[in-house]
Write a protein that binds this ligand. Sequence first.
Ligand code: ACO
Length: 429
Amino acid sequence: MADKTATLTIGDTNLELPMYSPSAGPDVIDITKLYAQGNVFTYDPGFTSTASCDSTITFIDGDKGELLHRGYPIDQLASDSHYLEVCYLLLYGELPSAAQLEDFESRVTNHTMLHEQMMNFFRGFRRDAHPMAVMTGVVGAMSAFYHDSTDISDPWQREVASIRLIAKMPTIAAMAYKYTIGQPFVYPRNDLDYAANFLRMCFAVPAEDYQVNPILSRAMDRIFTLHADHEQNASTSTVRLASSSGANPFACIAAGIACLWGPAHGGANQACLEMLQEIGTPDRIPEYIARAKDKDDPFRLMGFGHRVYKNFDPRAKVMKQSADEVLDLLGIENNPVLQVAKELEAAALADPYFTEKKLFPNVDFYSGIILEAMGFPTSMFTPIFAVSRTVGWISQWKEMIVDPKMKIGRPRQLYMGATLRDYVDIEKR
Ligand code: ACO
């Protein structure tokens, strides 16, 4: 219910627009009747000032550098909770009791295998395919396999689709990786936790025993946790838009994966590590800083800047600390890439170009260093992000389906093309 109004004056007409106060964050002006009452559209490329939905899942205060899931700060969740508990929190709104958590973890664990016929999909790809291309295809293909969980009007089917996606995504990502390196698929093991199982599926081979290093599985779990949800970002909005037509849930998540792949979004972690490796030594940092500042050079510092965080990205702080810990525990001393990252961060933060534009390291600046130390190739960084973010996409999708205000997403446009004209026969053109 509107508690205030905003007045918009267009020529001689004053329009009273309802305003709503959220539980946190700035007030919003309701413009849904603007076209009907004022015959105008709003114009907001990139949706920089537009709230597209109501949500109770995640809150970000970009000025304070705050990220809350259902009210709980990300740094507390990263240090005290674990990924599947955070999944439960995102999906159902509250932290679980011990019995609820056990039941949830067991349901996820029991859905980790893929339909055996899905293996044929992997084999249809070239070995040099990017794992994100494979994941987009295979997750889309799930819509042809799990017909008993695609009726989105049935809450039970929505629940089963959610659990299936969270459970199978690590298996799909790991198999996409194994396929590209020509190794046999490693099937999931239900005696391992979510992160340990993923590491085993990526790194075990039939010829040898594989022991999961608990330090690495904890670090993996933390990476999953830090990427679990981030309110209405590009891939989540893609999932919401795709689902707004009532589309198959697996196909909608495949759309989210496709969006995440881009270097301005989830692809930044791969691009960032490649950039740090290309810089190579600290003495080349000034050259790259200069390029990032040069308006005529399209180069940007990858892992720097964020649409919402204009102070710091709270996930980057935890990630930086994790990078130090993991490299330390693995006995990797004087890692040159970490050295370049730290000096690049310090140089950028001492430069008015970056501080004035409020450009700070984002979650992806340090995540690649950890993943590389664990043995992942850069091409697996974004698939790991996709595994983590699946719960966010699903939670937002479930919220949207039951929202009585839900409509098919259909933005308007500022049309700048030709106006009505008559067709010209080809011989007269
Ligand atoms: N390096 C250099 N300059 C930058 C950078 C950067 N990384 N990011 C933004 N800028 C500059 C822009 O050139 C622009 O300058 P101008 O005002 O003089 O034209 C200004 O800062 C604002 O940039 P926009 O692109 O308008 O900001 P937007 O909010 O649209 O972009 C984005 C945010 C896409 C994250 C951007 O900062 C970027 O491209 N960063 C690098 C890619 C990256 O790390 N992405 C990961 C995002 S986090 C995630 O998805 C998990």
